[in-house]
Design a protein around this ligand. Structure first.
Ligand SMILES: Nc1nc2c(ncn2[C@@H]2O[C@H](COP(=O)(O)OP(=O)(O)OP(=O)(O)O)[C@@H](O)[C@H]2O)c(=O)[nH]1
Ligand SMILES: [Mg+2]
Length: 440
């Protein structure tokens, strides 16, 4: 699937991580390689530049957690940004116990009938009872096509070869399958001509008459970024529907099609990856991107980064417990606590902190901002060992940070208290807290 794009991205990553040194130049080169392979996959130029700009900015400016190799962290950035760009908000879900009506539409030859066979098979595998209505009154042999796809799997077909009115066939079919108490009823329709206008008019018309629970638009990925027009029109007409992208196997422009569709905020529910009945998968952007850039590799990488990060915390805890807490440690811990929302709630989780009066907790929240400026005005040595502090240093910091000397002394007192608390509880409380933070 998407072999060109896959090779392009994986080669770019291989080259990047193989660099002796990761510096601005290697990042820029990496970004260029990414751009090249995305453009070759027909991803829209603006999208490519927006995406790679984000990757470049994050790679060059983001503070990389200690202990994490830069190259790994930057590959993770690529994975995250690509997954976000290709993300769909919703996934396909049946919303009724019985009689879920799914209307399938698309341009001529986009792969509707084949996809309906696949979808029917997919749903029966999940133990749903499915009936398919063949309501393509235009294409000769359409009913035979869908029948031959579904018959081997005992999926029932409803069709009326002689009836030329599609809406009549559909209504008869719905009655028929409702009597049979099918959970899902899928409707195959006539393919529309090339332009979106006709397709959308058809959709509005049929939606009014049939009131489906789901409308699925099938888009052939070989048209690449041109998918955007159909997808955009679709999102304007349908708020309940989703898109199925077909023929991703071997389609040189498949990446462009997916990016174009997700860019319109339409939801991609499934992708078709071959002509066989089982070649349909649910679309999950992280899984999809994982496969593009090498799933095994990215999972190992993510796992390793997670381990390094918790290892890093572990080392830090050891240091803090042994009484070597720095002012940065204090600030970092407070910042993390603050991120969780209410400081009070978090403090309740720490055994030792129960003794901190509520008034002081409120003060911490208020003080965070002030302290940030104060800490920024401290030298590296002072941050590592605030005991160095004397009155001339305090004066200097007060000037630099625009805060009063009293406020600086308050911060230093807070630091001393916390350090003592840490030592007394042997870091138990903090360790527990960090675990909780890590798990969230
Ligand atoms: N390689 C590949 N071929 C596909 C895929 N989906 C559909 N096709 C092929 O695309 C062609 C058209 O598929 P159909 O299902 O007949 O398309 P349709 O939209 O129903 O066509 P009309 O009813 O004429 O509008 C067939 O040859 C299918 O085998 C896919 O995911 N991969
Ligand atoms: Mg068809």
């Amino acid at each position: 699937m998407l072999d060109n794009l896959k090779t392009g991205l994986q080669d770019a990553i291989k080259k990047f991580v193989g660099n002796d040194e990761i510096d601005e130049q290697s990042v820029k080169e990496f970004v260029k390689d990414l751009q090249r392979s995305l453009l070759q996959a027909d991803v829209n130029v603006k999208l490519v530049f927006d995406l790679t700009k984000k990757i470049e900015t994050r790679a060059l400016e983001e503070k990389i957690p200690t202990g994490i190799p830069k190259r790994d962290y930057i590959v993770k950035i690529l994975y995250e940004e690509l997954s976000t760009t290709l993300g769909s908000e919703r996934k396909f879900e049946l919303n009724k116990a019985k009689g879920n009506i799914i209307l399938v539409l698309g341009i001529q030859g986009s792969g509707k009938t084949t996809t309906i066979g696949k979808l029917a098979r997919y749903l029966t595998k999940k133990n749903h009872s499915v009936g398919v209505i063949g309501a393509d009154t235009f294409r000769p042999g359409a009913l035979a096509q869908i029948t031959s796809l579904c018959e081997p799997f005992d999926i029932e077909i409803f069709g009326q070869e002689k009836e030329k009115n599609a809406v009549k066939i559909i209504n008869n079919g719905i009655d028929y399958f409702n009597k049979a108490e099918k959970e899902v009823i899928i409707i195959d329709t006539t393919g529309r001509h090339k332009e979106e206008g006709g397709l959308m008019d058809e959709m509005k018309e049929l939606t009014k008459k049939i009131k489906p629970d789901h409308t699925l638009l099938v888009i052939d990925s070989t048209i690449g970024q041109q998918s955007e027009a159909q997808s955009k029109a679709f999102t304007e007409v349908s708020s309940i529907g989703g898109i199925i992208i077909t023929k991703l196997d071997g389609a040189a422009k498949g990446g462009g099609a997916i990016a174009a569709v997700t860019n319109t905020n339409a939801n991609i529910f499934f992708i078709g990856t071959g002509e066989r009945i089982d070649d349909l998968e649910e679309f999950v952007s992280t899984r999809f991107v994982g496969r593009l850039i090498g799933m095994g590799d990215i999972q190992t990488l993510l796992q390793r980064l997670k381990e390094i990060q918790s290892e890093d915390q572990e080392i830090k805890m050891q240091r803090i417990m042994s009484g070597k807490m720095t002012i940065n440690d204090l600030y970092e811990q407070l910042e993390q606590i603050n991120k969780m929302g209410s400081l009070k709630k978090v403090m309740e989780l720490i055994p030792g902190a129960a003794q901190v009066p509520e008034k002081d907790i409120d003060n911490i929240e208020e003080n965070m901002e002030k302290w940030k400026f104060i800490i920024q005005s401290m030298t590296k040595d002072e941050k590592e060992d605030p005991d160095l502090m004397n009155s001339s240093r305090v004066k200097r910091i007060a000037k630099g940070s625009g805060r009063s000397e009293k406020e600086i002394k308050e911060l230093l007192n807070r630091y001393k208290q916390s350090k003592q608390m840490m030592k007394a509880s042997k870091g138990r409380g903090m360790r527990q807290l960090m675990k909780k933070l890590g798990a969230s």
